[in-house]
Design a protein around this ligand. Structure first.
Ligand code: BGC
Length: 347
């Protein structure tokens, strides 16, 4: 396993941001300490030619300018919290309202905008972050560890957090993928399978779940069988209108806590297949509906609407305010641990 490090850029306050490139001879990836973002994920296509399937930027300025959470680790709470507030043990915690009146992806300065500490490990990289009590409104002094590990043709992302007070945690990675290559254009012709017979419909265009778990059967949300992402995306199905495409959470089949299949994507033009396994209860499938070409991506690529997909493994959106959903609670003295594995292959 080769690991190399270079300075990627400097934050406005002069803090250096490093980029680590990991190569195990089968796949390659790169991660920057700004946001802990995955900037490159390279895997061979059916002809054996390496293809970079992760969107990203060539410079730190690109990452600082964009507001798409490109490749970043999201925390403390990935996805939305309705009204920018939640209750824990009857106490109310106000949070930033950075998505209309709701809280999105940890607020104004979530973990995606922090510079993480990095340390090389045997099979990858360890990133760490300390988030003080009441940072962004969240209770508890929180220590976070995220490992990016390469094993064979798989990228393992392992999350771990501890707190000195009961708190909520929902960490994910916000990589944008295109299995036709990061600059490969639309993802409509890529096939998705979701191991999820239920999803959490949203109430309106604010994308807050109603609280119900609804069967996907006989709707455009049904990806139980591998289906083209674009096959039904423009149908006048209310949920798709609310999300401006797919931007929903599916309930991963099987028991949360166990590593089990969540999704599989296949791209006919490169033959690349990506399988996602996770211990988390849910997965957000988002078709890059708000990508707008700005700023220019790697090699000058223009990342337009629906030119990438995200598969964000997570607790369901707004779970702290939905008692019927699995609760993203970390108790003082406990450990929050989850793993997501992205495995690449060709077909
Ligand atoms: C959300 C989208 C949001 C995007 C921001 C996704 O995780 O579900 O609604 O626009 O992140 O890039």
């Amino acid at each position: 396993m080769l690991c190399s490090k270079r300075t990627f850029g400097y934050m406005p306050d002069g803090t250096a941001v490093e980029q680590y490139a990991l190569d195990n001879g089968e796949i390659r990836c790169a991660v920057i300490t700004y946001g802990g973002a995955l900037t490159v994920l390279e895997t061979p296509d059916a002809q054996g030619t390496p293809v970079d399937i992760a969107l990203g930027f060539d410079t730190l300025e690109g990452y600082l300018k964009q507001d798409k959470y490109m490749g970043a680790i999201i925390g403390r709470y990935a996805n939305r919290i309705a009204g920018g507030r939640f209750f824990l043990h009857t106490k109310e915690y106000p949070l930033a309202q950075n998505d209309g009146k709701n809280h999105l992806h940890g607020g104004e300065t979530g973990f995606d905008k922090r510079v993480w500490q990095a340390e090389e490990m045997e099979n990858g990289l360890l990133l760490t972050l300390f988030s003080p009590h009441r940072e962004g409104g969240y209770p508890g002094n929180l220590h976070v560890w995220v490992q990016y590990l390469l094993r064979g043709k798989s990228l393992h992302i392992k999350y771990r957090a501890i707190s000195d007070e009961d708190t909520i945690v929902n960490l994910t990675n916000h990589a944008y993928f295109n299995l036709g290559g990061h600059s490969g254009g639309g993802i409509h012709d890529q096939y998705l399978q979701l191991y999820a017979p239920y999803y959490t419909p949203v109430a309106d265009a604010q994308c807050i779940p109603t609280g119900e778990l609804v069967p996907v059967a006989h709707t455009p949300m049904d990806f139980m069988k591998s289906t083209r992402m674009g096959a039904r995306i423009n149908e006048a199905f209310e949920q798709l209108l609310y999300g401006a495409g797919y931007d929903h959470n599916w309930v991963v089949d099987g028991k949360a806590g166990a590593l089990r299949p969540a999704a599989k994507v296949y791209c006919p033009s490169t033959g690349i297949v990506m399988e996602v396994k996770t211990t988390m209860p849910g997965i957000q499938f988002y078709t890059g509906n708000h990508l707008d070409g700005c700023p220019p991506g790697k090699g000058g690529a223009a990342y337009h609407k629906r030119s990438a997909f995200c598969l964000e493994t997570q607790f369901f959106p707004n779970s702290p305010n939905q008692r019927g959903f699995p609760q993203p609670i970390l108790r003082a003295g406990g450990v929050w641990e989850h793993t997501t594995v992205f495995s690449m292959d060709v077909q």
